[in-house]
Design a protein around this ligand. Structure first.
Ligand SMILES: *Cc1c(COP(=O)(O)O)cnc(C)c1O
Length: 359
């Protein structure tokens, strides 16, 4: 062929499927519950600060994002050199895989899990090793440890797992880390860390600080409600954090996003109170769905998971949700993920769980 061709692994990359926008329904308020977004608008003052920063967009942003690094270091009590900012945690996932993996290498992760993992692996030309989650949607950490070979360079542990919602415990994570060779990088993707309410919950910061091969990913997109600004960050031992910063596109985190991130950290207490409200809603939703007879897994993120046996059933559930003005996220054939949203949306979901045939 005479036209330019990408590497074969790039040509094989699946497209990232984003959550659908809500469908307009006359006489019915519709809700988008398909992207795990925060239903609350930004906190008072954040939009004004972002707008003020937008007045400076003729200039490049601070390439070192100094204020945001300092604010994160202060908020979490870590040295700035152990942080790496990027344009969403998704970008950090790509940077990690590209930095640590080449064409001969393998990346182990649970499946279903976050759909950016296989895309990032193909982008680097590496090989994805998918380890099925248990029937209850949990990571099978024993099987994941067993899947590590001499080719493995990176392992992802997504906790809470998107889309099944379950979390691994600190005890389980420690037992797993003890089995992983020291030269294998373990990426603990905690995009939903702020929503976790369980015994023996992971302390991501203590974990990365006690190991030379652990990276923790966090984001402003979910609990902080800044998905549209694209800011995520990693906690990592200094050499790994430096590698991540080296792999970032120069000036990636823009001037508006930097300002909004700093402003949001200044309002952390207020934001976390909203997270508490979402967790209260999550409890109401999980209890309501279980009371309707569904055996859904423990939900530790801002979403719930309905497991199905076929793509048809996933499509039927998504269509039934559409009918009542809820846009949900099917992952055929395994199941459907539904974000916790506005109270009215959540109530409709509980009602739908009551009326939809369990098959
Ligand atoms: C949403 C999400 C992310 C990252 O989101 P960004 O918006 O890119 O920061 C990372 N991991 C998981 C599991 C997610 O669900």
């Amino acid at each position: 062929m005479s036209t330019p061709q990408p590497r074969p692994s790039v040509a094989a990359m699946p497209a990232y499927v984003a959550g659908k926008p809500p469908v307009e329904r006359p006489g019915l308020v519709t809700y988008k519950l398909s992207s795990n977004e925060n239903p609350y608008p930004p906190l008072d003052g954040v939009v004004e600060i972002a707008a003020e920063a937008a007045g400076r967009v003729n200039r490049y942003p601070d390439a070192g994002s100094t204020e945001l690094y300092d604010a994160l270091a202060k908020a979490y009590g870590v040295p700035a050199e152990e942080l790496a900012l990027s344009t969403g945690a998704v970008a950090l996932i790509f940077q990690l895989v590209s930095a640590y993996c080449g064409p001969e290498d393998e990346v182990v992760f649970a499946w279903r899990s976050f759909e950016a993992y296989p895309i990032a692996v193909l982008a680097a030309g590496a090989t994805a090793v998918k380890v099925p989650v248990t029937e209850g949607g949990r990571h099978d950490l024993d099987a994941m440890a067993a899947a590590i070979t001499e080719r493995t360079k990176v392992v992802f542990v997504c906790t809470p797992n998107n889309p099944t919602g379950t979390s691994v415990t600190q005890t389980e994570l420690d037992a797993f880390l003890a089995k992983v060779p020291e030269h294998v990088l373990v990426v603990v993707d905690e995009a939903y860390a702020e929503f976790v309410r369980m015994d023996d919950a992971i302390d991501g910061i203590a974990t990365y600080r006690s190991r030379a091969n652990v990276v923790v990913l966090r984001t402003f997109s979910k609990a902080y409600g800044l998905a549209g600004f694209r800011v995520g960050y990693a906690f990592a031992p200094a050499p790994i954090a430096a590698t991540l910063r080296a792999m970032a596109l120069p000036f990636g985190v823009n001037v508006v996003a930097q300002a909004a991130g700093v402003a949001s950290l200044e309002r952390q207490a207020e934001l976390l109170a909203r997270v508490d409200d979402l967790v209260t809603e999550r409890t109401r939703v999980v209890e309501g769905i279980r009371a309707a007879g569904w055996d859904i897994p423990d939900a530790q993120g801002n979403f719930v998971w309905f497991a199905f046996e076929s793509a048809e059933r996933c499509a039927e559930f998504a269509a039934a949700a559409d009918e009542v003005g809820l846009v949900v996220r099917p992952y055929p054939p395994e199941g459907v993920r539904v974000s916790i949203g506005e109270a009215e949306a959540n109530t409709r979901l509980i009602e739908l769980a009551g009326s939809f045939p369990k098959g």
